[in-house]
Structure formats: C-alpha cells, structure tokens
Design a protein around this ligand. Sequence first.
Ligand SMILES: NC(=O)C1=CN([C@@H]2O[C@H](COP(=O)(O)OP(=O)(O)OC[C@H]3O[C@@H](n4cnc5c(N)ncnc54)[C@H](O)[C@@H]3O)[C@@H](O)[C@H]2O)C=CC1
Ligand SMILES: O=P(O)(O)OC[C@H]1O[C@](O)(CO)[C@@H](O)[C@@H]1O
Length: 386
Amino acid sequence: MIAVHFGAGNIGRGFIGSLLYDSGYETIFVDVNEEIVDLINERKEYQVVLADQSKETVTIKNVSAINSMQDADLVKKAIAEADIVTTAVGPNILPIIAKSIQEGLRLRLELNNKTPLNIIACENLIGGSTLLKESVYKSLSDEEKEVFNQYFAFPDAAVDRIVPNQVNEDKLLVMVEPYFEWVVEQSKMVGDIPQIEGITYVEELNPYIERKLFTVNTGHAVAAYLGYQAGIQTIDQALANEQIKDLLEKTLQETGLLLSKKHSFDISEHNSYIKKIITRFLNENLADDVTRVGRGPLRKLGPNDRLVGPAKQFVELVGSEPIYLAKAIAAALNYDVKTDDEAVQIQNLIQEKGIEATVTEVTKLEKDSRLFTLIVQQYHELKNKQ
Ligand SMILES: NC(=O)C1=CN([C@@H]2O[C@H](COP(=O)(O)OP(=O)(O)OC[C@H]3O[C@@H](n4cnc5c(N)ncnc54)[C@H](O)[C@@H]3O)[C@@H](O)[C@H]2O)C=CC1
Ligand SMILES: O=P(O)(O)OC[C@H]1O[C@](O)(CO)[C@@H](O)[C@@H]1O
C-alpha cells in the first residue's frame, strides 16, 4: 500500500508518517525542503522520539521523498498509484499543492486506475480537506468534476499531537508528545475505509474538530500570546505563571460553555478533557516555543479560527460577553514578533489604520458589534497597562 504525504515536516514525519508506517504503508513524502528530501532518500528511515521520561524511540521505515520543485512528474505518478493521499503543509500552502494533486488525479484517470482515493488534509483548521478540494476543483470542467466526484473524496479531519520545533543534531529525528488523536469524517469517504491504526472514523466531524480547535488550539494560543507578552519563552513556562494559567482556564471555561451548549457535551467530561490538555501543555520535555505556537496571528485571528470563531459563537449561543476570549484576541493583536510575517503585517496595519480598522480587516467582525467593541476595549486596556 502506498501513501503519498505532502509536507515532511514535524507533523508529517512525527505523526502521520509514523501511523502510516505502523499500519503497513510505504510512504512517499512530497516536500520543497531539499535537505529533508535528500536525507530521507539517502537513509530511507528516520526516528521518532517520545517527549516523556521513557524517551522511547521508534524507527520509521519504508519511506522515500520527492522534491516537488524539481520532480513534478514524479509527484503526479505517485498520486496516480497511491492508496491514500495526506497533507500537513499548513493551511496557507493547501492552494499551492492543489495543482499537483489535480494533475496527479488526472493522470490516475488517464492510466485507468479506477481505485477510489481519499485525500485527507491534516491541518489545524475547520474544513481543511474541503478547502483543498475547492482549490483542486477550481479549474476543472463540469464533466471532469463529475468523474472526480465518482472516484475521489476529500474527507475532513482533526489532528492533535504537539510536535514542537526540532533542535536535534539529526535533521530527520522528530521529538513528539506521546498523546495523539486523528479523527476523520467517514461519511465523506469513497471506497474501502483505509485501515490506519490510530484513526478514529466518525460520521460527523464538526463536534470533534470544534472541541479540539476551541480547546487545544485556543488554549495554546492563549498561553502563547500571554506568555509572549510577559516575556516568557516556552509554553510550559507560561503555564507556570499563575496569572496566565488562571486566564487560560477561564478562557477554556468560556469555550467549554459554548461547546457543551452547541454539541450537548457532558460538562464534567469536558472539564476532564480541559484538564488533560493543560497537563499536556505543562510537558517541559517539549520546550515548545511561544513563537511556534503563536505563529501566523493573521490566520489565528481569522473569523472562524480558534479565537474569533468561538468568541462569535459564544455571543450567539450563550448570549453574554466572552471577556477572556476578547483578552486573548487583544493579546494576539499585540503580538509583535519581528520574524513572523503575519505579526508584522498586523502591527503595520495598526500603525497605519488604527486598531478599529485592523480589527475589522482581520476578524471580519461587524464594526460596533458587541464583540467588536469588547475586543477594542480589551486592546486599549492592555495597551494602557504596558
Ligand atoms: N506541529 C504540531 O504540533 C501540529 C501541527 N498541525 C498542523 O500541521 C500542519 C503542518 O505543521 P508542522 O508540521 O508543524 O509544520 P512544519 O513547518 O514542520 O511542516 C510543514 C512542511 O511542509 C513543507 N512544505 C511547504 N510548502 C510545501 C509545498 N508547496 N509542497 C510540499 N511541502 C511543502 C515544509 O517544507 C515543511 O517540511 C499545519 O497545518 C499545522 O497547523 C496540526 C497538529 C499539530
Ligand atoms: O499549527 P498552528 O495552527 O500554527 O498552531 C499551533 C497549534 O497547533 C499545534 O501545533 C498542534 O495542535 C498546537 O501546538 C498549537 O495549538
């Protein structure tokens, strides 16, 4: 069985690649990083180390890699023969890889490979595979769309495993947290369901992806932005700060209230989920940099992402003001890491147009709506304290 996986980075090698190997797949990574591609092809294996006291190490074999900048034809051929295609490249890269995927799927049909194929985007966003599908389908004729619909599917997924920036001498080795969760929407799949150890198949993904994005990723973002503001370097150190931990817990109470209302989650079960996540953040073996977790604030402040997404729904469903989410949004707006292009863009916007126009542009919230006003107010409060 062949898996083609786009993105041989932290999640690609440390999570998806590892589960594919455990399940008997030969994995062909597709990446643009020449050094990583060459190393994978040279060694045909790499190691994954658990970030706990055991430091258990597993060797992932049956791997090779293609440099999509140099060997576009090989990528197409690999897709034409694949049994599954997965991605972990980052949401902004999905439209870029869509062209290779489209060409690979076309070649597959030309070669008369009629085996149904599922393409799963393993990214931190709601509807990642759906977004990829839209990009792949953009330039197809109506006739081609029909044929594609018959043989190919793009089931959405939620992936959860913390894999920090790697600082190892061995460039292929990845240190990962022991915990992982990979949930895939079975109702949107075609053909036989891939037997991959570790995937949980569900009929409807929305409750799972919202639970994960609005708890793990919201909580992580709060720790990152408040940690950065306090001059703290890593997530575990941010949580050692009582004030930050308290604000994080209060923010997750807000998202928890919303989630339990919307998806009828049992409150005490959800509180245990929150506790478990906070314990994961406290893992000092990860030494997870606040600037990795806070990266891309423009995306993270998007209308449906981990901060503004739950804040909007909180106003609608709970009917009161999500004060702690608003504080986190204000901290994200104030995140000014010079090496992060999106943080620089936000700071330039604030400089040029002011905070109100920036909130409108970045969050797409209606000006002077209840949430908009709350965020602007929290931003001014934060600036007054600095
Ligand atoms: N690191 C983590 O803990 C988690 C990350 N994710 C998600 O997984 C995705 C990947 O994140 P990471 O692995 O951390 O990032 P990463 O930066 O380690 O890996 C991304 C990889 O994609 C490659 N890439 C970039 N452009 C490409 C292109 N055009 N074609 C093929 N490959 C390309 C990069 O060279 C890199 O190797 C993101 O969407 C992230 O939100 C999800 C859960 C956990
Ligand atoms: O990968 P993103 O979306 O930039 O955000 C970082 C987040 O993703 C993770 O890497 C994994 O869920 C978390 O560590 C963090 O919440």
